[in-house]
Design a protein around this ligand. Structure first.
Ligand SMILES: [Zn+2]
Length: 470
């Protein structure tokens, strides 16, 4: 080894050591940016996410972090920023969506765009979906820049519009905003080895953190319509082939049907690990899922008592729009129902449709299949450097809590990225089980535990720093 003069070695050592973040001070700053973003009403529709993107751009600009706004709809721009690394490893992408779902303000006990702190919780639309995750990404960028961390990888931050749906953001052939726009038009700006965004959470009960759910997979939307065909006629002379009657019967049968349980590697591991961290009575139910003598009773229990678990166990069907008829004295010749079908990744949909036909068992009903062809992305895996880092930092900050691979029953913006081969992981702030229904995402009175927000920012920063800093 070559000996360098001491005075040359010292500066190298100093620059390799970055200043430790002052978390107390950073909490106040997190609260400031988070509250400012919650106070911007970016309800989708119409979105107006550009206002949020510009706020973030202003914050980054003051710190000397360049960013750009992208999209062809000027009201719905997304932001992309990048901290350069040495390029020794591939970039990491951290993301959060800037739109929120709408509110019925009269049903809230606090202003949904007030970001008011009440009893240790910050209230408002978007507080846990998804401005907490946006704040996590923003603060991570600021801290990395300020501490002067030398990076092995570029860290890319995307605050994207249009995650909460609505057409132009992704479903159309020519998206004008949102992640699909970015994937089609700005791919080189976001291409990365790993991405981190919403979809997971730290679950607590009675203030005690129990486990983290890391989202590796999601169900696939496979919507269908049931169409009933009958004979039109005069309403004064009822017909047994009335399309509405037949549709009603079919909807009832399909609603009562319990499609077969279909576990994946992700969900099997999730329930096995969950059984190790919940109270004994609950654990028995999860274990029973794998016991051929007890599984049916356990599945029935979840169907009645835990709709999320029920949906994780199988491809689910929910009849959500119904239509038929146009005049009270006319028997219509057709009636239809739109089914929201969320398939377990890998479910054979032709086989599933055949099962539905058997259940309905009515020649007057046809099943119009939706997008069976839409690809189902490969789940992310637990065997990556990123997953290990998520576990490692969790053990450091919240020792003794478990890390569970998780599948969400809805969808996130990770879908399009996973289809491109990116390993994506969904994370999130503390979610108290007591809040899961009454204060959950998309519910009235959405709120976040204040300390959970700060813990999440620190967690995300330490994961990203662990992955990217030298
Ligand atoms: Zn969301």
């Amino acid at each position: 080894m070559t000996k360098f003069p001491f005075f040359l070695v010292v500066p190298v050592l100093l620059s390799a050591q970055t200043a430790a973040p002052d978390w107390k001070k950073l909490q106040a700053e997190t609260r400031e940016h988070f509250s400012a973003m919650v106070r911007i009403n970016s309800s989708n529709p119409p979105g107006n996410e550009t206002v949020v993107a510009k706020y973030i751009q202003g914050v980054l600009e003051r710190e000397g972090i360049p960013s750009k706004l992208v999209g062809s709809d000027p009201n719905r721009l997304s932001l992309i920023a990048r901290l350069k690394g040495s390029g020794a490893k591939k970039p990491i992408l951290i993301m959060g969506h800037t739109d929120v779902v709408g509110v019925q303000a009269e049903r809230w006990s606090e202003d949904p765009f007030g970001a008011k702190l009440v009893d240790g919780y910050i209230w408002g639309r978007g507080t846990i979906d998804d401005k907490d995750v946006v704040a996590g990404g923003l603060m991570t960028m600021l801290i990395l820049k300020r501490t002067g961390a030398r990076l092995d990888r570029d860290v890319i931050f995307v605050a994207e519009s249009g995650e909460e749906g609505g057409g132009g953001g992704g479903r159309g052939a020519q998206p004008t905003y949102g992640i699909q726009y970015i994937i089609q038009n700005n791919w080189p700006d976001i291409d990365a080895e790993y991405c981190l965004t919403e979809g997971g959470s730290f679950v607590s009960t009675g203030g005690k953190l129990l486990y983290q759910r890391v989202e590796l997979s999601e169900k696939v939307g496979r919507g269908m319509r049931l169409v009933a065909h009958g004979t039109a006629g005069h309403g004064s002379m009822p017909r047994m082939d009335n399309a509405i009657m037949h549709l009603g019967g079919a909807v009832w049968k399909i609603g009562q049907w319990q499609p077969p349980m279909n576990l994946t590697d992700v969900t099997r591991t999730y329930f096995e690990k969950l059984a190790q961290v919940v109270p004994p009575e609950e654990a028995e139910r999860y274990k029973a899922l794998f016991d051929s003598g007890k599984t049916q009773a356990a599945q029935d229990y979840f169907r009645k008592n835990n709709i999320e678990v029920n949906s994780m166990l199988r491809t689910s069907i929910s009849p959500n729009i119904i239509g038929g008829g146009f005049k009270s004295n006319v028997i219509p010749s057709e009636a239809e129902v739109t089914l929201d079908i969320r398939a377990i990744p890998g479910e054979d949909m032709e086989k599933f449709k055949a099962m539905m036909e058997k259940v309905i068992d009515d020649p007057q009903i046809t099943i119009e299949a939706g997008n069976f062809q839409a690809p189902s992305p490969q789940p992310s895996t637990t065997g990556t450097e990123m997953y290990r880092m998520l576990e490692k930092v969790q053990q450091r900050l919240f020792p003794g809590t478990a890390t569970l691979p998780y599948m969400v029953t809805g969808g996130t913006d990770m879908r399009g990225l996973r289809l491109k081969g990116m390993q994506c992981y969904g994370i999130g702030a503390e979610l108290p089980t007591e809040d899961m229904v009454t204060h959950a995402m998309h519910s009235d009175n959405e709120r976040i535990k204040e300390s959970g927000l700060y813990d999440f920012v620190r967690y995300e920063y330490e994961v990203v720093a662990g992955m990217a800093a030298k």
